[in-house]
Every structure is written in C-alpha cells, then in structure tokens.
Design a protein around this ligand. Sequence first.
Ligand code: COA
Length: 359
Amino acid sequence: MERTGGLEGVVAAETRLSDVDGERGRLTLAGHDVEELAVGWSFEDAAALFLGGDPGSLRAALGAARQRAFARLSDLGPVLRLPNGMDALRGAIAQWPEDSSATDLTAAIGVVAAAWSRLRAGEPPVAPDPAAGHASDLLRAVGGREPPPPRVAALSSYLVTVLDHGMNASTFAARVVASTGSDLVSCVVAAIGALKGPLHGGAPGPVLDMLDAVGSPERAEAWIRAELASGRRIMGMGHRIYRVRDPRAAVLEAAISRIEADPSFAVGPRLRLARAVERTAERILAERHPDRPLKANVEFYTAVLLEAAGVPRTLFSMLFAAARAVGWCAHVAEQKASGRLIRPTSRYVGPQPRSVQAP
Ligand code: COA
C-alpha cells in the first residue's frame, strides 16, 4: 500500500550541518564521521563545529549561560513541577527571553532538565559550576556530586552522537518556524514539542521499560511476539531513513563496551540483555516485514548508556533535547540565511461546496 504524508525523499533544505546516508548507514556531522566524534571529542569540541567559535570560548560561554539559566529557575513558577519532563521543558523554555542565543538555549535546556529531575526526586536543584565542562556539569547537576571521568566520557559520547541528524522531525519543525521569520526561542519550543513524541525522541525510556519487562534473554522472543500481537511497536527499532543498522546504535554500543569492564558501572548484564533483545526483535521484525529492514536505532543503546551513566529514565528525552538543541539552533541560522518561507501544499479530499457540485 502506498503511504502518503511522511514526506519521504523530499528535500526540504540544503544543509552543511549533517548528512544521513540511510542505505550505507553513514552519518556525517559537519564533515566528520560520527564514529570519529563520539570517541574523545567533548560536547564543546563538537558543538563548536555547529555553532562556530572555538571550543574554549564555547565552554566559557556555556558555563556563564548555565549560571544565568539557573538564576531564572525561581521565576518559572509551577511549570518545573509538571509530571512530564518534556512538558516542563517546553513550558520553561517558552519563558526564555526572545533575544536568547543558541548558547543561552543549549545551556538552559540542560539546566532545566537537571532541575526538573532533582525536584522530582525531592532534592533541591544544584547550582552550576561555570568552569566545568558542559557534560560534566550536567551530570553533577543531575546526581548532586562530582561525576567520575568515565561517566562524563560516556555522557559526552552520547551528547556528541545525537547533536544533529539531517532533517529529522524536530529539526524540520524548528526550520519551519524559522522560515516564518520568528525568533529562536519559538523555533526551539516547536522542536521540543516534536521531540516529545514516542516516534522521535520519546523512545529510550520505553526501551528500558521493555528491557525490564523482558527480564532475561530467553524471555525476549515470547515478550516481543506478544507485544507485536497486541499491535504495539518495538521501541528502539526501525528508522525512517536507515535501511541498515543506525550507525549511532553501533557508536553507543561501543561506548558502553568501553565502560563494561569498569565495576562501578555494572553494565554487563544489561548490555547482554539488550543485545539479545535486539537480535530477537530484528529476527522477528524481519519475518513480519521481509521487504522493510527494521533494525536498532539510536534510542536502543541510548537507553543502556544513559542508565549506566546514572541518568534517570524520566530524563532521557530531555537530555536528548539538551544535545540536539545545538543542531536545532544551527539549522535555524541556516534557514534564516536562506530566507525562504517553508509552505508546502496539501491535496483537498473533503466535500465540495454546493456551488461546484453537479446539479
Ligand atoms: N516495531 C514494529 N513494527 C514496526 C516498527 C517497530 N519499531 N517500526 C516500523 N514498523 C512497521 C510498521 O508498523 C509498518 O508496518 P505495516 O506496513 O504492516 O503497517 C512498517 O513497519 C513500516 O513502518 P512505517 O510506519 O512506514 O515506518 P516509518 O518510517 O514511518 O517509521 C519509525 C519509522 C522510527 C517511526 C518506526 O520505525 C517506529 O515507530 N519505531 C519505534 C519508535 C522508535 O524507536 N523511535 C525512535 C526513532 S530514532
């Protein structure tokens, strides 16, 4: 059956920011392979490729912006207590000043996310350390103490891996709003709304729920078959563009392998379960959709990595936003430079007015 409405294959913009090759499973981020950036590049190193400037200046600017964001938290009102983190984030960022910069908003999303998580756990938000690296300070703001370097490295790999990803739904939403001449805050708020959906950035929490529900590798097959029989999708599997395994799944799986031997993470059993569930899901989905490869996407190993880094699962989508904000803002700047309104068309299939109906 031919599907419409998904805009598959439609080129909506020219971009210098990232390229997703779905046939070969290759992701290029500002001229670098994702595999290169995900090992050893700090958040600031990679974000500077998108936002301009040098990593040292960006580190200082993000630190100062985190401090300013923290000072705003007390003015946000009850929005920080909303039960859904993405609702809280959307409502909070909507209150940011209209002239906020990309650095302001990137910092603000991380600060709001961490504060929301702390309040939810009954703890006070942690004031930022403006001299710290962004990934390290985010982890400290979530956990309340200085994070060990391997944890920071794990989170950095994640943040860098998901900085940008072609014309994904939230980036498209941001570019549509940018094309109207609206402000950056409005673009980012629109993007947060798009990212909230489970088909986009809402999947990694449910991936962990799935691993919990499966419990052990031998139960994977029965659980997955039951899930599909009841009409639900397997979270963390399938992708609009990739016809092979999402390269980001491999990058994040490798990042988890790097910390597997470290007893402080105790991630080994989780990783083995995740690999077993992935293999089983891939096999069963191939049976059901022989013509449509459905393999692990970025969210599958995001879930395992963020859990190992000590991030609560309720915070996963917000941290995704904290990284992707860099891509959103860079795309908004690109879109504004192009200056054209994005305004596609639709095919009317509703009733005709009486004036044009046959007598
Ligand atoms: N589990 C089970 N079936 C799936 C599936 C999944 N994860 N992903 C796709 N399918 C099935 C669809 O039900 C559809 O089946 P049908 O032809 O019998 O109706 C077929 O595969 C094609 O799906 P379609 O909706 O056209 O694919 P898409 O390109 O629109 O969807 C996703 C891409 C990512 C939205 C989809 O794969 C999905 O929902 N994955 C789970 C959510 C997720 O992990 N999101 C994070 C993305 S990074």
